[in-house]
Structures are given as C-alpha cells and as structure tokens.
Ligand binder design. Structure first.
Ligand code: SF4
Ligand code: FES
Length: 231
C-alpha cells in the first residue's frame, strides 16, 4: 500500500494510505478533540467535535473518519474550526447534564463555550433514571447520543445487540429493544457499554452507590444477610 503526504498546520506528514486525518494529526502530536470517536470502534462521525478545515473543501470535515489524501492541506485549529467546536459545546451544555463528563467540560472551557447564550429557558433532555438491574444504572439525562455504548454492545465488541436508539429528534434516546428492562433484554452484563460511555450516563452500581454516600461495607453485610435468609 502506498503512502500519502499531506500538510497539517504547516507541517508535512507522510502516512500509509487509509490513515485518517485524526491519526495523521496525532502523529504530529496535534490535539484534536473527539467525543463519539473511540480508537477501537468504527467512527460513527456523529458529534462533529473533531472537525478540521481542509483547503478547497466547502464544509468542515470530520477528522476521525475522513481519510488523508495526497496534497491535502489541513488546519486543525483555525478560527472557523474553533467557532464550530464552541457552538457544538454550547449546544451540548445547554441541553444535556454534563456534570459527569470532565473531558467535555474541559473542551467547553477551552473553546469558551457559553451555554447561557441561548437564554435561560432552553429545553433540556430529561429522562427518568433507569435502575432495573444489579449491575449498572442508566441516566439518559447525561447522554449525548454519541453511540459508543451501542457500538460496544453491538458489532464493534460484544455482538449482543441489547441496546439501540429509540424515538426521534430531541426525544431520541438509547434504549433496549421494545424498552424492556435490562434483565429482560439480551444484555450479558459484560460492562463494555459502561466503559465506553464518556459522560457518566451509564454507571456501575458500585460507583453510583459511592456517589450517593452509601457505606459499601454496610451494603455487603445487608445483601449477605438477605442471601442467607433466602437460602
Ligand atoms: S449512554 Fe453514554 S455511550 Fe451511550 S450514547 Fe449516551 S453518552 Fe454515548
Ligand atoms: S469524534 Fe469525529 S465526529 Fe465525533
């Protein structure tokens, strides 16, 4: 396979054909923010936080999925790119609870996002907390629909296909098929979705309990007692 040579922020780099702009930029130690991208998954190209400017391209392009081409001239941090990232962060902040997403908070600060720019009465994505199984809780008020959990559950890792997207538009959310509780779904409790989630929307029970101030030793004592009483 032949190589391609492109220019990123004025620096020339030669990479094997098929390399994405993001991977080429990483070789030059450029920091391009990503959200929906996970190095082990197929890029879903949904969030557009990784956009860069490519000379002669009318629109900004997603660096996580766009393959580098010979002679490409790329700008990873131009004013246009920064504006796009700022607006994306503002839209996320104004509609989703990002309190458990330190990486997104970092990007919001870095690009000067002001969530209040859209006024105080912006509609927020709010869902009930799903606590229906012994392994993890699902708080979709913190979900940015990045798709990483679906990929981890599906064909990029586990091939279990317990979750997918439900509803449309602003009300779209991740769900089990037919919205059944997790124990009635095909979930095998592998934990890959929890690991892949960048926002804390999916959280192991132990972490959720600790956050609520529960004494884990006490919880273990109670559950052991219950088990003994049942047997
Ligand atoms: S639950 Fe987490 S991993 Fe799944 S789509 Fe929402 S933010 Fe992404
Ligand atoms: S990281 Fe590239 S589109 Fe989300």
């Amino acid at each position: 396979m032949s190589d391609v040579t492109l220019t990123i922020d004025g620096q020339s780099v030669t990479v094997p054909q098929g390399t994405t702009i993001l991977q080429a930029a990483n070789l030059l130690r450029k920091e391009i923010p990503t959200v929906c991208y996970h190095p082990h998954f197929t890029p879903p190209s949904l969030c557009r936080v990784c956009v860069v400017e490519v000379e002669k391209s009318r629109v900004l392009v997603q660096s996580c999925s766009r393959v580098a081409e010979n002679g490409m001239v790329v700008k990873t941090d131009s004013p246009r790119v920064q504006l796009a990232r700022r607006v994306l962060m503002e839209m996320l902040q104004s509609s989703v609870d990002l309190s458990d997403a330190p990486e997104l908070q970092h990007y919001s600060d870095k690009y000067g996002a002001d969530a209040n720019r859209y006024g105080e009465n912006t509609r927020r994505r709010e869902f009930p907390l799903f606590d229906d199984n012994p392994f993890y809780v699902r708080d979709y008020s913190k979900c940015i629909m990045c798709w990483r959990c679906v990929q981890a559950c599906g064909e990029d890792v586990q091939w279990t296909f317990a979750i997918h997207r439900a509803a449309r538009g602003f009300g779209s959310h991740i769900s089990t098929f037919e919205a059944v509780p997790i124990p009635e779904s095909t979930c095998v409790y592998c934990g890959n979705c929890v690991q892949a989630c960048p926002t804390g929307a999916l959280k192991g029970k132990r972490a959720a309990w600790l956050e609520q101030g529960f004494d884990l030793k006490q919880l273990v004592r109670v559950s052991n007692l219950e088990r003994r009483e049942k047997s």
